[in-house]
Design a protein. Structure first.
Length: 141
């Protein structure tokens, strides 16, 4: 009869280290963080996913982001788009300082521009709907 042995780290992540030669990264608390590290630090550029900024005069149009969350931050902070942070809510004053187009909106999931006259308020790429408050602001103007 087999007996159950309890391990102190069973079912939990614990510090894991990068084993790539010469890497000096500190240990990661979660396996998911180590996986992301390998994917973004040690994968060949040709295999990395890339996200180019779609603003014509932006330098990041030619220098892509390799992480979607960094691209999202760029759009929110540099271009002042009305993409809210996950789990966060903003008051109406926050929206006043944002770039809001009446002809398109940015999908908060896949970050593609969605042209309202063609697709309305549902992203044709991932089927995410525009948040009600963002939709309301565009219809007001």
């Amino acid at each position: 009869m087999a007996s159950f042995i309890s391990f102190p780290f069973a079912g939990r992540d614990y510090p894991v280290c990068c084993l790539h030669p010469g890497c000096t990264a500190r240990p990661f608390r979660r396996r998911a963080d180590l996986d992301r590290h390998y994917k973004h630090r040690h994968a060949p550029d040709a295999l990395k996913e890339s996200f180019n900024c779609d603003y014509l005069r932006c330098t990041r149009r030619l220098e892509p982001f390799h992480r979607l969350d960094h691209f999202r931050d760029h759009l929110r902070e540099y271009h002042k788009e009305d993409i809210e942070k996950r789990g966060g809510s903003h008051d109406d004053r926050w929206l006043v300082d944002r770039h809001v187009s009446t002809s398109w909106w940015r999908c908060p999931k896949c970050l593609k521009r969605v042209h309202i006259d063609r697709s309305g308020y549902e992203c044709p790429n991932c089927r995410t709907s525009c948040q009600p408050r963002r939709k309301e602001v565009r219809q007001r103007d």
